[in-house]
Design a protein around this ligand. Sequence first.
Ligand code: ZN
Length: 313
Amino acid sequence: MPPKRKRRLNKPTRTQSFIFVVLLALTAAAGYLLAPTHTPSPQATLIYQPSKTQKNLIPLTPSPSPVITEYPHTPEPETTPLPPKTLTKTPQKEVKLAIVIDDMGNDVPQTKEAMVLLPKSVTFAFLPYPPATPALAAESKATGHTILVHMPSEPLGEDAYPGPNTLKAEDDADTLRSKIAINLAPLANLAVGVNNHMGSKFTQSESGMRTLLEELDKKGYFFLDSLTINPTATKKAGKGLSLPLLTRNIFLDHVPTEEEVSKQLARAISYAEAHGTAIAIGHPHPATLTILSREILNLPAHVKLVPLTALLP
Ligand SMILES: [Zn+2]
C-alpha cells in the first residue's frame, strides 16, 4: 500500500513537475508576451513620428509645394521621393514673359475688348494716328498698362498702308525727325517706348533707323524691334546710343485662329524657359484675346507675365 501510495505520490510529482515545467515555460512565454506588448506602442509612436517630422517639413520649405502639404494625408509612404522631384521642378528658375498687343486704337471695339480682357501686365502699343488713340491710351495707362507708340514704318509690299506720316527708307533725316515728332505727340506723357508698325523696309535702312533711334534716345524712350523682317539694321544703328533695345521673339497670331494662337503662346513659354525671357507680340484679334484672356490665368507657376519695361537691359 505504502509503495502504492509512494507510487501514487511519485507519479503525481512527476506529472506535477512536468506541469511546473510547462507552467514555467508558459510563464516565460507570458513574460515574453508581456514584454512585446510594449512593442505595439513604439509602432504607434513610429506612426506619429513621421507626421511630426512632416509637420516640421512644412515650415522648412518656404515654397508651398503641394506635394508636401498633401503628403500627410496620402497613405503611401512611397510618395516620399516625390518632394525632391517636385522641388527640383518647381524651383525651375522663374522666367519672364512680356506680351505686347500691337495696332491698338485702330479698331475701337477690339481695342476696348483688349482693355477689358487683358491684365495690366500686358503691354499695349497704340497707333498714333487714330482719333481714339489718346483717350484709349490714357485710360489704359490709368489702369496700369505700359504704353508704346506703334510707329508707322514702311513695309516692303506696296499693298499694305501703315498710316499717315509713315517713316520711309528714302526720307532724309529732317523729314524723318518731323514725322517722328508728329507720331510721338498723341502719346506724349503716356508712352515709355516705341515699336515699329510694319517696317520690313524701313528697319533695314541703317541711316533711317539711326535717325529714329537718336530721336528716341534724346526723348528717353526705349525701342522694341518688332522684327517684321530679319535681320534689321536696329543693332548697328543703335551703337553708341544709350537707349535700351529689345527684340520681339514670337508672333502670337500670324494665323489668327484660337488653335494657332494657343500653339504660339506655348512656343513663347518654351522660348522663355530656354532663354530666361521672351517677348511675344499679338494683335487685338478675337482669337488672340480669347486665348490670352483664358491662358494667361493658367500660365505655369515659374512663368511670370511682366510688362515690357521689366525686360529692359
Ligand atoms: Zn502693327
